[in-house]
Design a protein around this ligand. Structure first.
Ligand code: MOS
Length: 735
């Protein structure tokens, strides 16, 4: 039996559980005697709570407590170190004072014996405020634009200002991308249960060990007193990387009333305190020769942040390495607003930044009369010119070749408004995609059991990419066992530590740790086999043996060997080993590591009413090794749909009077639905990267959204001759 599971299409090992209701999400972990908490959100955008009248609410049926800053436990909110959380600054201390910093901030929690009783009492609370005018629009003159504290983000080579001034051909434009809110199917939820000074949280999280550390720090209890459990996530893509105030509120309420408490956010509340993709304002200036060689790139970007924290993302970073250019200047600023702190949303920073850059490159191609793909070909760098080091691998041009062929780019006629289907205007556009190939230290444990199966554990999450399945494939491959004999367990903070489930680094990091743990457990099993009196290899040297297809065999011999099961039985107990993996720092010193892709979109525009229909999206990606093509394609099509949302639909609109999100519900926060979603194709170029990590994977997830919005905007220009630099692009922009 050979496995070679890495690289094969497998359906999800957790699929049956998901479709039969067996998968349990945070809010499914009901505890005996639990009470229900409802958050009361501020109805002003800035100011002070002057009074909370809870007299009638407290008399209502089933009400257990009304908790506000007046009676909430004072929490120590100790600092803690983590990879992502918190952003620089100081996190919101919830219910600790009377200040309101943004619209929708939690100002009270009502706890009752049922969700209905809690909601009714919450509606009965009378809260008085002293309101001030919040600043929520980054274009407002009053808004301060600051340099982020988090290290130097401005980069410069050559003299870009001078080169733009001297360039024969120049594009210099500004771009404006709307704020977007995460809208996963599963709302944020936490069930908290204390036993003495130990707490268990069944909580939606992409970063269990961080949630554990955050809650331990907020409550001032030892780390080991906090346990976080989250076996399933109903979508997230960034919104559950951080531990938001509702987790603290669930734990606080449970401790205050001495009962387990369940707290589920409403869809509306998910627009207040669980992060959002920050609105961005950008300028891109390009200088080029008439032959289409870039001589200058200036990329300036501003993103929103809150007053109490600085959220930063990689808004301008791709500009440093995507193309060859001697003069490049990037600048990144933050606009401090009276809003909650933004956070990562799929392709954070890169997706917004590349919309500006790739719109400008497309615009340049028309100005020069050069095919957009040919223009990129002429500016393909030999090395990362920003870091001045070679790429570990880079397949951008191969992606364009493959994507163009599958998309049928040859059928495109260059002139805008030159393609028609009946009365519809047809447009074809393309854009580059890229995302860093990250890697973070991770750990895993493998246990060989007497029934011939293996258990693998890591404190990872699976928000939908298929982590259960792909990690099982990695373990099966390195143990030489069939997939069915692997049980991969994730979603507990007491499993071996892993980094956040984000940044497209889960497979690189956790996958490499699982590989290491598999090799460790094989070494341990071999050692036990040769020292066990009950096995035929007893007393021989380990050196004479090797693992092949899940059995220990004498080197070079084809005869049947000794199975894990034989050794476990002889050992009279499971055999366990841990493994860890991290990137050799010298590799990062030597190489620039990124995924690349090329995205193609075809749109049809009705010239009379301006409706925009995306007909096809084709993406080609160079992401190193593909662990499971079925899951990988699913990642890509999901990302393309997110990119469609960014291009054409998603926008959280704020009321300028108080910063209230006016479309905080699924009816008015538009997202692509099945009727909008066209034929989507994802292809992968063959790419072997020996440097990124032992598995050769660069990561997939974020890059799938990056590049989609500019490909669509560029297709819209090709169809109509209208260049729209504000997202989302709307019907009225077409008229
Ligand atoms: Mo991803 S935005 O890091 O969940």
């Amino acid at each position: 039996m050979t496995t070679n599971l890495i690289g094969t299409a497998r359906t999800r090992v957790d699929g049956p559980q998901k479709v039969t209701g067996g998968a349990r999400y945070a809010a499914d972990f009901n505890q005996p005697g639990q009470a229900y908490a409802v958050i009361v959100s501020s109805t002003i955008g800035l100011g002070t709570v002057t009074d909370i009248d809870s007299t009638s609410a407290e008399k209502m049926p089933g009400v257990i407590a009304v908790i506000s800053h007046r009676n909430a436990e004072r929490l120590p909110y100790l600092p803690h170190r983590a990879i992502i959380d918190p952003a620089s600054g100081e996190r919101l201390h919830v219910l600790q004072d009377d200040k309101v910093r943004f619209y929708g901030q939690p100002v009270a929690v009502v706890v009752a014996d049922s969700i209905d009783h809690a909601e009714r009492a919450a509606a009965e609370l009378r809260i008085s405020y002293e309101a001030q005018q919040p600043l929520t629009d980054p274009t407002d003159q009053m808004v301060e634009r600051i340099i982020p504290e988090a290290g130097s983000v401005d980069r410069s080579r050559g003299d870009a200002d001078k080169a733009v001034a001297e360039a024969p051909v120049v594009i210099d434009e500004t771009y404006n991308i709307a704020r977007e809110n995460h809208n996963p199917m599963e709302p944020h939820a936490t069930v908290a249960s204390w036993s003495g000074d130990r707490v268990t949280l069944w909580s939606k999280s992409q970063y269990l060990v961080n949630e554990q550390a955050e809650i331990a720090a907020v409550f001032g209890v030892p780390l080991e007193n906090v346990e976080v459990v989250c076996p399933f996530i109903g979508g997230a893509f960034g919104t559950s990387l951080r531990t938001w105030p509702h987790v603290t509120l669930a734990a606080l309420a449970a401790r205050q009333i001495r009962r387990p408490v369940k707290l589920v956010l409403t869809r509306k509340q998910m627009f207040f305190t669980t992060g959002h993709r920050p609105r961005t304002l950008q300028r891109v200036a390009l200088g080029a020769t008439s032959e289409g060689r870039l001589t200058a790139v200036i990329h300036e970007g501003t993103g929103e942040t809150s007053r109490y924290e600085q959220f930063t993302e990689a808004l301008t970073s791709v500009t440093d390495y995507l193309y060859s250019c001697p003069n490049v200047q990037t600048r990144y600023r933050l606009a401090q607003l009276d809003t909650s702190t933004p956070n990562h949303m799929r392709g954070p920073g890169e997706a917004s930044g590349i919309f500006a850059l790739e719109s400008a490159i497309d615009e340049l191609s028309y100005k020069l009369g050069i095919d957009p793909i040919e223009l990129r070909r002429r500016n393909e760098p030999d090395i990362d010119e920003g870091e001045n080091k070679p790429f570990s691998s880079r397949s951008l041009i191969q992606c364009y070749d493959l994507g163009a062929e599958r998309f049928g780019w040859k059928r495109r006629t260059a002139q805008p408004r030159s393609m028609r289907d009946g009365r519809l205007l047809i447009g074809m556009g393309t854009a580059s995609a890229t995302y860093p190939a990250f890697h973070a230290p991770a750990n895993a444990r493998v246990r060989l059991l007497a029934d011939g199966t293996a258990e693998v554990e890591a404190a990872a999450s699976d928000m939908g990419p298929g982590t259960y399945t792909s990690m099982s494939q990695v373990a099966a491959e390195f143990l030489g066992l069939p997939l069915e004999r692997i049980r991969f367990k994730l979603g507990r903070s007491d499993y071996p530590q892993t980094p956040s489930h984000g940044g497209s680094w889960t497979m690189a990091s956790v996958g490499s740790a699982i590989r290491a743990a598999c090799l460790e457990v094989q070494a341990e099993a071999a050692r036990l086999a040769t020292t066990s009196a009950n096995l035929p290899v007893s007393g021989t040297s380990i050196e004479d043996f090797e693992w092949r297809e899940g059995t220990l065999r004498r080197r070079g011999e084809a005869s049947l060997g000794i199975s894990y099961q034989d050794i476990v039985v002889a050992n009279r107990g499971p055999i366990e080993a841990s493994g860890s993996a991290q990137r050799d720092p010298s590799v990062a010193e030597r190489y620039s590591m990124h995924s690349f892709g090329a995205v193609f979109a075809e749109v049809a525009i009705d010239p009379d009413v301006g409706t925009i229909t995306v007909r096809r999206i084709v993406g080609a990606y160079g992401i190193g090794r593909v662990v499971n093509p079925l899951l990988a394609r699913s990642q890509c099509t999901g990302g393309m749909i997110g990119g469609m949302g960014m291009a054409l639909m998603e926008q959280t609109a704020l009321d300028p009077r108080d910063g209230r999100p006016v479309n905080a519900h699924m009816a008015d926060y538009l997202m692509p639905v099945n009727l909008d979603i066209p034929a989507l194709e994802a292809h992968f170029v063959e790419e072997i990267d020996p440097h990124v990590n032992p598995l050769g994977v660069k990561g997939l997830g974020e890059i799938a959204l990056v590049g989609t919005a500019p490909a669509i905007a560029n297709a819209i220009f090709h169809a109509t001759g209208k260049r729209v630099r504000t997202l989302p692009i709307r019907i009225e922009d077409m008229l």
